[in-house]
Design a protein around this ligand. Structure first.
Ligand SMILES: Nc1ncnc2c1ncn2[C@@H]1O[C@H](COP(=O)(O)OP(=O)(O)OP(=O)(O)O)[C@@H](O)[C@H]1O
Length: 250
C-alpha cells in the first residue's frame, strides 16, 4: 500500500449560506489506496466532507490538495439511496454514466458486463429495479460507480438501509473488490462495527463544529474474515471507537 497522500484536507471550514458552521479547521490526510471511514453524530459534517472532496460545493476556507493530477483523478460517489431509474433495466442503469460521458457503445457494453460480473449480477442484467432486493439494488448502485473505473470511491452510508446479514455480505464483497482494485475509499457510516471491519483508519468526528477528534488506525491485515469479526481484538477496536464517539457527545 502506498503512503503517498491522495487527498489532503488542510484547515477546512465550511459555513453554509444560512450560517451553519458545518466544519471548522478540519485536517485530514488520506493516503492513496487507503480505506478510511468517517463516523460521528448526525450533523457533524461527514457528508459535507465527502461533497467537498467530490467538488460538489466550495470550502469556505482552507484547501484541498490533491496528490493525483486532475487528469488522472476518477471519482465515483455511492449514496445510501441506490437512486436507480425505475423504468430502466439493471444494464441500462449501470450504463448511464458511460452514456453521459459519451463512451462508444461497444466499449460501454464491455465495461457494463465487467461491472455486472464484479457485483455478481450478470444474471439480472435485464431485470428492473422493482424485481430486485434492497441488497441487489445497492449492488447495482455500486456497479454504476465502478463502471467508470474510479480510483477514488466516496461512499455515503451505502449500506445504512440494509439488514445486518445483507450489510455484512456487502461489506465482505466490497473489501474483496478494494483489495483487487486499490481504490482510495472514504466511507461514511453510523455503524462502528462496519467501520472497524472495513477500514485502515476510523476517523471520529465531533460536532459543533464538525472536526476530526480521533484518528484510530485499525492495524489488522487484510483479508479480514469472519474470524476477525468475532475476535477479541475486533471488539477492543469497536469499544475504542465507541468511547471516542461517546466523548464527542459530552
Ligand atoms: N445545504 C445545506 N445548507 C445549510 N446547512 C446544511 C446544508 N447541508 C448540510 N447542512 C448542515 O451542515 C451540518 C452538517 O451536515 P452533514 O449532512 O454534512 O452532516 P452528517 O454528519 O453527514 O449528518 P448525517 O449523519 O445526519 O447524515 C448539519 O448541521 C446540516 O444541517
Amino acid at each position: 500500500m502506498s503512503n503517498h497522500p491522495a487527498i489532503t484536507l488542510h484547515q477546512i471550514s465550511k459555513v453554509y449560506a444560512n450560517g451553519t458552521v458545518a466544519l471548522q479547521d478540519l485536517n485530514l490526510e488520506i493516503p492513496a489506496a487507503q480505506f478510511i471511514s468517517l463516523v460521528g453524530a448526525s450533523g457533524c459534517g461527514k457528508s459535507t466532507v465527502l461533497r467537498l472532496i467530490a467538488g460538489l460545493g466550495k470550502v469556505s476556507s482552507g484547501n484541498i490538495n490533491w496528490g493525483i493530477p486532475q487528469a488522472a483523478r476518477k471519482l465515483a460517489f455511492v449514496f445510501q439511496d441506490a437512486a436507480l431509474m425505475p423504468w430502466a433495466t439493471v444494464r441500462e442503469n449501470i450504463r448511464l454514466p458511460l452514456k453521459l460521458a459519451r463512451v462508444p457503445k461497444q466499449d460501454a457494453q464491455n465495461l457494463v458486463q465487467q461491472a455486472l460480473a464484479l457485483v455478481g449480477l450478470t444474471n439480472f442484467a435485464d431485470s428492473y429495479p422493482r424485481q430486485l432486493s434492497g441488497g441487489m439494488k445497492m449492488r447495482v448502485s455500486i456497479a454504476r460507480a465502478l463502471v467508470t473505473q474510479p480510483n477514488i470511491l466516496l461512499m455515503d452510508e451505502p449500506f445504512g438501509a440494509l439488514d445486518e446479514i445483507t450489510r455484512s455480505k456487502l461489506n465482505s464483497d466490497l473489501l474483496d473488490l478494494w483489495q483487487k482494485y486499490h481504490w482510495t475509499v472514504v466511507f461514511v457510516t453510523h455503524n462502528i462495527y462496519e467501520a472497524v471491519y472495513l477500514s485502515n483508519r476510523v476517523l471520529v468526528m465531533g460536532i459543533n463544529p464538525g472536526r476530526v477528534v480521533a484518528d484510530i488506525a485499525i492495524d489488522v491485515p487484510y483479508p479480514r474474515d469472519e474470524e476477525f469479526r468475532t475476535s477479541v481484538l475486533y471488539n477492543e477496536y469497536c469499544r475504542k471507537v465507541a468511547r471516542c464517539l461517546a466523548e464527542t457527545m459530552n
